[in-house]
Design a protein around this ligand. Structure first.
Ligand SMILES: [Ca+2]
Ligand SMILES: [Ca+2]
Length: 223
């Protein structure tokens, strides 16, 4: 639920109490606010997380098609969580410049025959991000393999787990063209067993004018 909806009943609470024990029902606005208040309390109980906007918003995303990503394993870049813009993902422009592969989205999905699952993400820009709900089966040290493509030197991105930087900046190299995927590997990240929110954050564009195309993230346990 968005913060703006939650703010409505709070702002009219004085008006509700002015009518005694029960809310005034003669005003459509007040009735709507009361219904919103009940809905907010039922679905969004206040907790410690609500004081932290970042963590508070993360729990509203859901795995794509109900399928939790598991680690070790392969996470398709195009299978970020379901949820609204700026909750499950953030994108710099409203249109999907690529393929209508999943529900209407602002994220740019590229159809490509050389990619796993026939799709990846493309047209990536600084400031964009994507959330993936993941279940780490075994605590340990992992390498992350990622097929990427870039025409000229690409940009940088990082991977976070529950809001903490996991990888530092990963650079997308010049792969010889947008249609040429090359595997890059980020080595030795430590993960703890459990369900986590993985966030891929686009940091800085490269000579290509973009960060790079990404096909998937494969987590391989090393120790
Ligand atoms: Ca877009
Ligand atoms: Ca893919």
């Amino acid at each position: 639920m968005s913060e703006s909806v939650f703010a409505v009943p709070v702002s009219v609470s004085g008006k509700l109490s002015a009518c005694g024990k029960f809310p005034c029902m003669n005003s459509p606005f007040t009735l709507k606010a009361f219904v919103l208040l009940l809905f907010s309390l039922a679905h969004e109980p206040l907790s410690g997380d609500e004081t932290k906007p970042f963590q508070g918003r993360l729990h509203t995303t859901k795995p794509f098609q109900g399928r939790l990503h598991t680690i070790p394993g392969l996470i398709e870049a195009e299978h970020w969580d379901e949820g609204a813009a700026d909750v499950a993902y953030s994108d710099v422009d409203e249109v999907n410049k690529g393929e209508p592969y999943r529900e209407k989205t602002q994220v740019d999905i590229e159809k490509r025959s050389d990619a796993s699952n026939g799709h990846g993400i493309g047209w990536t820009k600084s400031g964009e991000w994507l959330i993936y709900t993941v279940e780490v089966k075994e605590s340990g040290t992992y390498d992350i393999q990622m097929p990427v493509a870039s025409n000229k030197q690409g940009g940088t991105f990082r991977i976070e787990i529950n809001g903490t930087d996991l990888t530092g900046e990963i650079t997308v190299p010049d792969t010889g063209g947008w249609q040429t995927l090359k595997m890059i590997t980020h080595k030795s990240v430590k993960l703890t067993a459990g369900t986590h929110k993985m966030k891929v954050v686009m940091i800085k564009s490269g000579e290509s004018g973009s960060i790079g195309d990404i096909d998937y993230f494969r987590f391989i346990r090393k120790s």
